[in-house]
Write a protein that binds this ligand. Structure first.
Ligand code: NAI
Length: 421
């Protein structure tokens, strides 16, 4: 560890509010609480230095406290310049977890924070979007020999890491937490679904009923957003590039069409594809006056913001997270949350109850990395199925829900072929 200050938060006086909100989130995180109780006793992460680049929220604070309980020395930075909850960051510092994150930090500060976190010479990296891991691989190769492994939280990060694996650039094992069923089926779908609608509502206070909503990308997050928007009375249109997902959207009851067509009729647009320039100049050129543009995908590249700037003669902030772009022909388009993930920029991100499962996977995967130190190959691993199942079992237990078990006869039947009609 360096002797210089290894944390940077907006205002330490926010710690008290942060502590209260962290406790509030904890009420909805029973699996994490259970793990924390076990970790305190067993100390499975004893002596492990963990560098984590995550959205700095009250839920992340609960994960960090669990890792601390397990004996880890954890240091945090933000995985997005606009997603930090400054009160949670201040409280984390008070809890003895150095945190480097300020809501609205510029790109230079963002990378400085990543650099501070790497100065801790971690044994494990925890990433959300792979900025930490890519910085480590390109600028701090000296640290690689000390690393046991890492975990990755989101779809975009997993895509980047698989690409690093393919090109031979990945230098240590990573577990793709995003790909656990108890992560993407709940966090991406119900978490992003609810919180994206929440973010746009908080930023704009629009009525969803009757709005024509265009959702670009019908992956797990897209499923959640469309499902929730439909429930609120929006007329949902989906744009996709993948035929199976497009077909699924059709049969789920949504209109599906090329974005060039949807661009002419939509009132609200949400990109959630993990792709680049999904809403491009040609789309912006035909949009109606007054449309809202929001992104919930990991990076702020899904809406071509430079093109929007080029097309505009004026821009001004209307209210927090709502920027008006006045185009040269007089139309006004409204960009929400600078095109950054709107659920974290303008709302509080995913509700604690889903992060409970995502972060239980994270904590258990870190324990797994320590236990299997030296035995893993340099590649992107799926979450071990026993961890995935355990998280589901613990969550059901916490919800007071019992399920059936197979009888020995059923178990035999389901693994045999000789019984037919
Ligand atoms: P996914 O891979 O399940 O779905 C993405 C979908 O977008 C795919 O069906 C793909 O065919 C489609 N797509 C790609 N390019 C497109 C284009 N040009 N036009 C229309 N559709 C296109 O991914 P998932 O899990 O739904 O994640 C999407 C993004 O959201 C990722 O960047 C992920 O990291 C991010 N994410 C954000 C969260 C948040 O809190 N806001 C939470 C979880 C994920």
């Amino acid at each position: 560890m360096t002797s210089t200050k290894n944390y940077d938060v907006k205002d330490p006086n926010l710690a008290d509010l942060g502590r209260r909100r962290i406790d509030w989130a904890s009420r909805e995180m029973p699996v994490i609480r259970l793990l924390r109780e076990r970790f305190v006793k067993e100390k499975p992460l004893s002596g492990t230095r963990i560098a984590a680049c995550l959205h700095i929220t009250t839920e992340t604070a609960n994960l960090a406290l669990t890792l601390q309980a397990g004996g880890a020395e954890t240091i945090l930075c933000a995985s997005n310049p606009l997603s930090t909850q400054d009160d949670a960051a201040a409280a984390l510092v008070e809890y003895g977890i150095p945190t480097n994150a300020i809501k609205g930090e510029d790109s230079v500060t963002y990378y400085q924070h990543i650099s501070t976190v790497l100065d801790s010479q971690p044994h494990i990296t925890v990433d959300d979007g792979a900025d930490l891991v890519s910085t480590l691989h390109t600028k701090r190769e000296d640290l690689i020999s000390g690393i046991i492994g890492g975990t990755e939280e989101t779809t975009t990060g997993v895509i980047r890491l698989r690409s690093m694996e393919k090109s031979g650039d990945l230098k240590y094992p990573i577990i793709a937490v995003n790909d656990a069923q108890t992560k993407y089926l709940f966090d991406n779908r119900y978490g992003t679904g609810q919180s994206t609608i929440d973010g746009i509502t908080r930023a704009t206070n629009i009525l969803w009923a009757g709005k024509k909503l265009v959702v670009c990308g019908y992956g797990w997050c897209g499923h959640g957003i469309t499902m929730r928007a439909k429930g609120m009375g929006a007329h949902v249109i989906v744009s996709e590039v993948e035929p199976v997902r497009a077909l699924e959207a059709v049969m789920d009851g949504f209109q599906v069409m090329p974005l060039m067509e949807a661009a002419r009729i939509g009132d609200v647009f949400i990109t959630i594809s993990g792709d680049k320039n999904v809403i491009d100049k040609a789309h912006l050129e035909v949009m109606k006056d007054g449309v809202l543009l929001a992104n919930s995908g990991h990076f702020n590249v899904e809406i071509n913001i430079p093109a929007l700037e080029d097309l505009s003669r004026n821009r001004r902030e209307i209210r927090p997270f709502v920027e008006e772009f006045e185009l040269s022909d007089g139309r006004k388009l409204y960009l929400l949350g600078e095109g950054r993930l709107i659920n974290l920029a303008a709302a509080e991100g995913h509700p604690a109850s889903v992060m409970d499962m995502s972060f239980a996977n994270q904590a258990l995967c870190m324990e797994y990395l320590v236990k299997n130190q030296g035995a893993l190959e340099t590649k992107v691993y799926s979450v071990p199925p026993e961890i995935d199942k355990e998280v589901a079992r613990l969550k059901l237990d916490a919800m007071g829900i019992a399920i059936d078990t197979l009888t020995p006869e059923q178990e035999k039947y389901l693994t045999s072929w000789d019984e037919g009609t």
